[in-house]
Design a protein around this ligand. Structure first.
Ligand SMILES: Cc1ncc(COP(=O)(O)O)c(C=O)c1O
Length: 379
């Protein structure tokens, strides 16, 4: 196969895994043989290291990004009878985690430029029952945290950040996960920091939220008491093997993020003059983590088919906004209430992005996209 036809994947987990395989295997074996399989020294050290990197007081690991959102909301006092305002343009774990607390989620539309929650619409959706705002830093681009925190302070609301796609993204000079009352990260394998299985964590500067998260992930156990339960929690711990593996990868996260940013700069250069909308340029003090590189394109479905035919991986995040999901069909949502999410779902396309992507690969993706529109122009 010539280089021109070699597939360029959307993600490339294998290359990164292979480069660290020996260290990962050794760390996993050590954790396995230690017989401290849950909440042992690897978990404790990883929690310290991740908290340091994000710049927060506490990191509480748990079984997934979804469970992180669930326990963070519950720890912040969200429960039955409460409303949580969030975006419909996200992965379903954002909203299913709200439902698992017994609270109700309410959608605000998105900002068409950043795909993140539109703060003016959030304000319109606030009622007496609103308890929290749950912004998602979609694709790794930080939500408008300054305005969200301002609004939350004005109305006495909690802010729980969904940082599943945004490790090391930054808003107003502060890393996401350290701005609201708590941040929720996913370490799903494809994420910017990925475990070899499911894992996640909550970050917070709030001692009480941290204590409650520690309890909620561990059956609701009272601090330092084996069979006394302050809360009704569940079995939502991360295991030691994942902590050991994450500790091998963590020292590389900053460098991997820089490589993603470099690839984004190659895309911006290579797509100049092509009729697609590029991801927003972060203002001063903001930084994107480029979990994915998402363009907005006319004739999106045809472009996607063309890229696939040319061996270039691409995907739509998300083709069906949450208000249209069968799981939510009886909730009375109307698509016309979310015109920007509706449009974005028809136009966005994520193209290959991973730290190891080469300049040549990015160039080939850009040239293929350019060729698609030039071919079209000549028909
Ligand atoms: C925006 C968003 N929120 C929440 C999650 C849930 O994370 P996990 O898959 O680790 O439960 C994900 C992960 O896919 C996500 O992308």
């Amino acid at each position: 196969m010539t280089d021109e036809l070699k597939p360029i994947p959307l993600f490339n987990l294998k290359e990164q895994h292979d480069s660290l395989k020996q260290e990962i295997n050794a760390a996993a074996m050590e954790a396995l043989n230690s017989m401290h399989w849950l909440l042992g020294p690897q978990t404790e050290k990883f929690e310290e290291e991740f908290a340091d990197l994000i710049g927060v007081k506490h990191c509480i690991t748990c079984s997934s990004g979804a469970s992180a959102i669930q326990i963070a909301l519950a720890a912040a006092g969200v429960g039955p009878g409460d409303e949580v305002i969030t975006t419909p343009f996200t992965f379903i774990a954002t909203t299913s985690s709200v439902s698992l607390t017994g609270a109700k989620f309410v959608f605000a539309d998105i900002d068409p430029r950043t795909y993140n929650i539109d703060v003016q619409d959030v304000e319109r959706k606030i009622t007496k029952k609103t308890k929290a705002i749950l912004p998602v830093h979609l694709y790794g681009y930080p939500a408008n945290m300054d305005a969200i925190m301002h609004l939350a302070n004005e109305h006495g609301l909690k802010v729980i950040e969904d940082c599943a796609q945004a490790h090391l993204a930054m808003a107003d000079g502060v890393k996401v996960g350290g701005i609201g009352d708590a941040g929720c990260f996913s370490f799903y394998p494809s994420k910017n920091l990925g475990a070899c299985g499911d894992a996640g964590c909550v970050t917070t500067n709030d001692d009480e939220i941290a204590d409650r998260c520690r309890s909620l992930r561990h059956s609701g156990r009272a601090k330092d008491k084996a069979y006394e339960y302050d809360l009704e929690g569940s079995t939502l711990r991360m295991d030691e093997i994942q902590a050991a593996i994450l500790r091998v990868k963590l020292p590389h996260l900053e460098e991997w993020t820089e490589k993603r940013r470099k690839a984004a700069a190659w895309y911006a250069e290579g797509l100049e003059g092509v009729p697609v909308v590029l991801p927003p340029t972060p203002p001063a003090g903001y930084a994107q983590s480029y979990y994915v590189y998402t363009i907005r394109a006319e004739k999106r479905d045809e472009l996607q088919a063309y890229l696939k035919a040319n061996n270039i991986g691409c995907a739509v995040y998300y083709p069906v906004p949450l208000y249209k999901q069968p799981a939510y069909k009886n909730r009375g949502f109307k698509a016309e209430d979310y015109p920007e999410a509706e449009k974005a779902a028809k136009e966005v396309l994520s193209i290959p992005m991973f730290p190891e992507i080469t300049e040549e690969q990015v160039r080939r993706v850009c040239e293929t996209i350019r060729a698609f529109y030039e071919k079209d122009a000549t028909i």
